[in-house]
Design a protein around this ligand. Structure first.
Ligand SMILES: *Cc1c(COP(=O)(O)O)cnc(C)c1O
Length: 230
């Protein structure tokens, strides 16, 4: 099933990229493996998936440990509690949900010196929904300035999550707004090359609006066996 699903996701990704006159290589597919076990990750990795996303630390840490030998990049995409930053700083390569300076400072301070800088995206509240987290767009510039000064992290871009029920034109507008914000705030800090936006139900629209990382779970792995808890 993973093989067929992944084939279909890659075909949709390629066709959206083509429609947007973009190269497929400009879009990183992050397979969101939360709720799925080690075997699902191995199956996707065998099909050349190189990036995996996890949202829940308790579930992710044993999985990362079991899969330590896989040559893959791990993205933490969930909500981050200030008292749980150390294992994230130690075990992940990317963190997408940073929305407060305090969290970025802790990740920077706790990133081991033997490791490459932790790659960060700041989450922006693009849909005005309090529950999804994220810095308000008007406050993004100040946060970008501060985070880009930190030593053990490298600020790469912005991340956004849209509510599932938005109609397609509203979605595209929200994605386009995040892209414009990324371009604007990027100018203050030497450029931000990453836009993390687009999930199973809306990644084609995100590609049309310039996303560089899509985070896709259920369209690849099927429905999640565990219910989301965060
Ligand atoms: C779960 C999750 C995804 C993947 O969602 P799907 O709808 O299964 O593709 C992407 N991004 C974040 C932040 C998530 O928590």
């Amino acid at each position: 099933m993973i093989c067929a699903n992944l084939g279909s996701v890659r075909a949709q990704l390629a066709s959206a990229a083509h429609a947007a006159h973009r190269s497929v290589d400009s879009i990183t597919l992050v397979a969101v493996s939360k709720g799925h076990g080690e075997a699902a990750v191995r199956a996707a990795a065998a099909l050349q998936v190189r990036d995996f996303g996890e949202s829940y630390l308790q579930e992710a840490l044993p999985k990362l440990e079991q899969l330590r030998e896989l040559p893959v990049t791990w993205h933490f995409i969930g909500r981050i509690q200030a008292n749980k930053t150390r294992p994230i700083a130690e075990h992940f390569h990317w963190v997408h949900g940073v929305d407060r300076l305090k969290i970025a400072e802790r990740l920077s301070a706790q990133r081991p010196h033997y490791a490459a800088p932790l790659q960060l995206c700041l989450q922006v509240n693009i849909a005005g929904e309090a529950s999804k987290g994220g810095v308000e767009p008007a406050a993004a510039s100040e946060l970008v300035q501060a985070v880009s000064q930190l030593p053990r992290v490298q600020l790469r871009g912005l991340m956004g999550i849209l509510p599932a029920e938005l109609p397609s034109d509203a979605r595209r507008e929200a994605f386009a707004a995040l892209r414009t914000l990324r371009d604007d705030v990027g100018r203050q800090c030497g450029g931000l090359d990453t836009l993390s936006m687009g999930m199973s139900d809306d990644f084609a629209d995100a590609i049309l609006e310039g996303t560089t990382m899509v985070r896709i779970g259920s369209a690849i792995f099927g429905p999640r066996p565990h219910t989301d808890v965060g």
